[in-house]
Design a protein around this ligand. Structure first.
Ligand code: ADP
Ligand code: PLP
Length: 303
């Protein structure tokens, strides 16, 4: 059955962040993707220079109105990433409310990243309280952790507490895509965790919590969070009641893409040189086969 995603994220002319990072893998995995570009920049903001335009809340509304007038505002998923400011977020919430009315089983996948007037995309809401995100969380089904609970995660218990707190605010599925927790496999690994609420046949709730040790690559990648969110959407669609498998497939694709990217970047940079942001752009098109059918290289542990 056809599955349609509305993805509201950044667009870049060169490279892979936001919609550029999400659309290709979703299409490869069979999804129809309708994209609204929340910004259009020349490249991501980690380069020496960047130029471009930011979509205002009013402009977002105009685009949505057009879709609605043609009665094609029917979606199975909505995916949002980086948001410039609160007014944009408020409009997004209004759109989600309408879309959920039209399709009560619509799934909202939220990667809550907030920048400052489009400038500092990577400045996650460290200091802001999660109150800012609360209206969104109410409608959110799958969420990724971006320090938005305002709590520091020092131990696995902290991580579990944060995931349970986020569940209480709405989302059924919570993923902490990367944490500073020490890995049992050593300092060459980063730890990610996930939790999914499950309704038992008797009506009561339980949950599945998982933990993954991800091999760390010594470089800073951009667009990986956006790719992670798109892949989780796709693999939870395939495995709706099996967070372990969805996470293993997601993280394994990430691993293949990142390996291919660092190999290429190092080759381009030459011996002893750190690759530039341009050389570190994700090798997305080259990873098509891995996206479609990932060899599982990271196993999730059920907690
Ligand atoms: P972002 O860097 O985009 O904010 P995260 O740091 O949460 O996003 O990373 C998202 C996912 O991308 C991680 O779960 C991991 O799979 C992958 N990833 C990102 N950076 C690295 C890295 N340096 N080494 C290995 N995996 C990485
Ligand atoms: N959108 C834009 C325009 C960016 O510049 C960035 C990062 O610099 C992102 C989104 C987010 O990328 P990531 O997936 O690494 O969080």
């Amino acid at each position: 059955m056809e599955c349609r995603v509305l993805s509201i994220q950044s667009h870049v002319v060169r490279g892979y962040v936001g919609n550029k990072s999400a659309t290709f893998p979703l299409q490869v995995l069979g999804f129809e993707v309708d994209s609204i570009n929340s910004v259009q920049f020349s490249n991501h903001t980690g380069y020496g220079h960047w130029k471009g335009q930011v979509l205002t809340a009013e402009e977002l509304n105009v685009l949505y109105e057009g879709i609605k007038l043609n009665n094609v505002n029917h979606y199975d998923y909505i995916l949002t990433g980086y948001s410039r400011d609160i007014s944009f977020l408020v409009t997004v919430v209004d759109i989600i409310k309408e879309l959920k009315k039209a399709n009560p089983s619509l799934v909202y996948v939220c990667d809550p990243v907030m920048g400052d007037q489009g400038a500092m995309v990577s400045s996650y809401p460290h200091t802001s309280s999660y109150a800012k995100w609360q209206p969104l969380l109410l409608f959110c089904d799958i969420i990724f952790h971006r320090l938005l609970t305002g709590r520091k995660i020092n131990t696995e218990e902290d991580a579990i507490e944060v995931m349970d707190l986020l569940h209480k605010m709405g989302p059924e599925t919570v993923v902490l895509t990367s944490t500073d927790l020490p890995s049992k496999q050593g300092d060459q690994f980063l730890v990610a965790l996930g939790s999914q609420k499950i309704k038992k046949p008797d009506g009561t709730n339980t949950d599945q919590k998982i933990c993954m040790d991800i091999p760390k690559v010594d470089a800073v990648f951009v667009g990986t969070g956006d790719l992670f969110a798109a892949l989780m959407l796709a693999w939870t669609h395939q495995h709706p009641k099996d967070l372990k498998t969805a996470c293993e497939k997601t993280v394994s694709v990430m691993h293949h893409v990142i390996k291919r990217t660092i190999t290429y970047a190092n080759e381009m940079a030459g011996p002893g040189k750190r690759p530039t942001p341009a050389q570190l752009e994700l090798r997305m098109v080259q990873s098509k086969a891995d996206i479609e059918n990932p060899a599982i290289v990271v196993e999730a542990k059920v907690l």
